[in-house]
Design a protein around this ligand. Structure first.
Ligand code: GLN
Length: 482
């Protein structure tokens, strides 16, 4: 039995059958972490109490108690999800040493479902980045090739699943940060519809774009986790009461009756030919499974990146205003209050974060608001309309997740525009607030390739069904790094 490749479903079945204890499962995760974390640099911390909690779950199971859907399952959390009593920092120096005083809603829901919280995963500084290299604690390595980045900003969470540390991790996705690292690390990543999962207790990046989502080995596992974390929460006014809170029968035999759209604007130059080849093969597989494939158009796709890099920094600059060096984390005393703010923020924020605070403050300032911010909001509406129109004629839209496979650590680090371009296929789903799933669909030079499936708002079920059927017919998701 290899626990490092085990899915939630397998672990649950083995625990229910009495063939595996949560203690043994957690122990083996901790051993994997111990053996490889120094080199891969995935976990920022490991919770000492995890084993004790696993034992408690085993005792409750032995006593015949009815347990939640994630009972005894180890879960890793991106370092921007608050857990009461844990140091949680968004991998930002400005929050170093900050101890959370409450649980994020997703965290309390995981706990209630019986999950064992293993520890915090590395990420880009304040979730700004696509490679996990901007982390205050240094980069994470891609388990498939340790000279490559794992993607970002949830690179630690994706790498944790790929490296066999845990069967599931949570990440957050503002412009692709769950899906892009999932793609680069060969795992499943889901960004739910904006409003499906409560953002309470997520350290905010851009509040109109942020969503929390699972990274897993199988689509079915992603659905299991979604069911646990989703739904209305009184602490987040944008969270929605779901009419169907369950994700039923994913394992339908085929996709007969379904129409999938290929947006012609996505298959343009700049895409690695190997990525294109793998994606087109995956599309053929979906067609073979009964889906009808048609062309669709998302005419404003080419403006998505520009609109995102106005809206996201504007919201981020405002959200990050709360890190004043007095109430939380990093503090640097100056000669007066103004000097203290300026030192604390100047020293505490990283280069990428400062770049975005400046961009955001600029585009929100009087005189530039109309020229940039308001215009970007208008573009956002047009992008949303493109999706509404296209999704009237198709059940889902299929694209690559990332234009390339994982690149070398350091390769794009000093070139922010090239780095931003790696999110070209993912950001539209955040701007349009639609759900999007990334699943492994092949390899190029031993590095994973991801297929992205985007759908109608709150229709995660269709995406998960397509993904689950694909995983029944292929075995990309069962491959693991040497
Ligand atoms: N890579 C994108 C950015 O740097 C997305 C980040 C995210 O989704 N958190 O903004």
């Amino acid at each position: 039995m290899d626990v490092s490749t085990m899915t939630i479903r397998e672990a649950r079945e083995k625990m229910e059958a009495g063939e595996l204890t949560s203690e043994a499962l957690v122990k083996s995760c901790l051993e994997r972490i111990k053996a490889d974390n120094d080199d891969l640099h995935i976990m920022l911390s490991v919770d000492e109490q995890a084993l004790e909690q696993a034992r408690k779950i085993d005792e409750r199971r032995a006593a015949g108690e009815s347990l939640g859907p994630l009972a005894g399952i180890p879960v890793a959390l991106k370092d921007n999800l608050l857990v009461e009593g844990w140091e949680v920092t968004a991998a930002a120096q400005v929050l170093e040493g900050h101890i959370s005083s409450y649980d994020a809603t997703v965290v309390s829901r995981l706990k209630k479902a019986g999950a064992i919280l293993i520890g915090r995963t590395n990420m880009d500084d304040a979730a700004m980045g696509s490679s996990t290299e901007t982390s205050h604690y240094g980069p994470t390595k891609n388990p498939w090739d340790r000279t490559k980045v794992p993607g970002g900003s949830s690179g630690g969470s994706a790498a944790a699943v790929a490296a066999g540390f845990v069967p599931v991790a949570l990440g957050s996705d503002t412009g692709g940060s769950v899906r892009q690292p999932a793609s680069l690390c060969g795992v499943v990543g889901l960004k739910p519809t904006y409003g499906r999962v409560s953002r309470y207790g997520l350290i905010a990046l851009a509040s109109s774009l942020d969503q929390i989502g699972p990274l897993t080995r199988t689509v079915e596992d992603a659905a299991t986790v979604l069911e646990v974390i989703e739904g209305r929460d009184e602490h987040d006014a944008t969270s929605v009461e779901l009419s169907n809170t369950t994700v039923p029968e994913l394992l339908e035999k085929d996709l007969t009756g379904m129409t999938l759209g290929l947006p012609k604007e996505y298959f343009i130059e700049g895409m690695d030919p190997e990525v294109k080849k793998a994606v087109m093969e995956a599309v053929a597989e979906l067609e073979h499974a009964g889906a009808k494939i048609v062309d669709v158009s998302l005419p404003h796709a080419e403006y998505a990146l520009a609109a995102y890099y106005i809206i996201m920094p504007a919201e981020a600059s405002s959200n990050l205003g709360r890190f004043d060096g007095l109430r939380y984390g990093y503090h640097s005393s100056g000669k007066d209050l103004q000097d203290t703010y300026s030192r604390s923020r100047g020293e505490g924020f990283g280069t990428e974060v400062k770049r975005r605070i400046m961009l955001g403050s600029y585009t929100l300032s009087a005189g530039y608001y109309d020229a940039y911010y308001r215009k970007a909001l208008k573009v956002r509406s047009l992008i949303k309309k493109d999706f509404d129109e296209a999704l009237k004629t198709v059940d889902a839209i299929v694209t690559p997740t990332s234009p390339s496979v994982a690149w070398g650590i350091g390769e794009k680090f000093n070139d922010p525009l090239t780095m931003y371009l790696s999110d070209i296929y993912t950001i539209s789903a955040n701007l349009a607030t639609v759900p999007a799933l990334s699943i492994p669909c092949g390899f190029s030079d031993g590095l994973p390739i991801g297929l992205q499936i985007m759908g109608k708002p709150f229709d995660e079920h269709t995406l998960l069904r397509i993904g689950a059927v694909y995983q029944q017919k292929t075995d990309w998701h069962t491959k693991t790094p040497a």
